[in-house]
Ligand binder design. Sequence first.
Ligand code: ADP
Length: 393
Amino acid sequence: MSSLLIVNAGSSSLKFAVYNLPLAEGAQAVFRGQVDGIGADARFFVKDASGDRCHDQELPKGPDLEAEHQAGLDALLDWLDAQKLTLAAVGHRVVHGGANFAAPLRIDASNIEELEKLVPLAPLHQPHNLRPMRTLMRRLPDVPQVACFDTAFHRTQPAIAETFAIPRAITAEGVKRYGFHGSSYEYIARQLPGVIGPRADGAVVVAHLGNGASMCALRERKAVGSSMGFTAVDGLMMGTRTGLLDPGVMLYLMDTRGWGSKELTNLIYKQSGLLGVSGISQDMRTLQESDAPEAKEAIELFCYRAARELGSLAVAAGGLDAIVFTGGIGENSPAVRAGILAHLGFFGVSMDAEANNTRGRLRIDKSDSRVALAVIPTDEEWMIAHHAQRLLG
Ligand code: ADP
């Protein structure tokens, strides 16, 4: 059986999905899994299409992180071999495509160098995204690889939506708003007409709410604005990331505590968001189950911040015909959806509480709502698989 492997490699994990070829619209992955805990107690596990764990393996400690990443990928490839699956291609999720890569890219030795040059734009993610490409080039030189960029879908944004109010010379270096979660938004944009009809081509704001969270303004199903900016830390409050933060706060902490980039990176990426405000957890489900007032405050702030960003993106979209929720929180938390929409009544938003509480309902607006309200499960891996198949014929 000929298969497509989709890889999403992070700093301490490598998530993957396997699809059978040819890939049908809406096809489910036949396997999903991950290598977890690289650098600590690494494990490799796989779930089959029905979500049952069909493989679980402890990985030995390596001499360094590099070796452990490599061992994780080797374990995955050995397992694929053992299943008698033949890889026709590999698709990679890559966080940054910079200003130039606006479409999926077939990887070769020369353009991997180009992607390397973008590491300073996403130092926490890009090196991990690129590592498996090199390993695969060595181990499976005949298997074509395709990179899909989180930033690519946003390259239709008008210049004004991308520009910070900073000196032109710094903007010219590439310091501008890129936007992320692009494969998710592209997938949602494909599904929109089937769920909200002709309004799909109007002004739509999509909220991708997961551990990482962002919103995207669409017009004619193309991106015209994003809550995320130069990096994936801007915009909405997230699991552990601040979202929008007055840069003066960082100057204050540098001056009063002597903090440098290491401490500030920890603050804005790892210690803030739901975790920082609640002091309990970064996980929305855990906070919803908690009775602590701090958990409630964190959820309220999450919803309030999301509603404020949504207002801003309605300006970018030039109106508000529809709001779409997706991502782990957006798809699964009726309370968060209701909490965000409660701030938006003046837009003519009217939510059907019963539909909102019914799992699997795609539409959650009342018939008199001026704004269509939808919940659409995203599938970033399918989107990447689709591009890989298309690009490689
Ligand atoms: P990532 O950005 O890592 O892909 P996900 O999209 O998987 O994240 O979203 C993870 C978030 O979704 C977590 O905060 C988790 O608590 C939340 N979540 C998942 N299921 C539920 C649920 N039933 N109710 C509330 N939150 C949920």
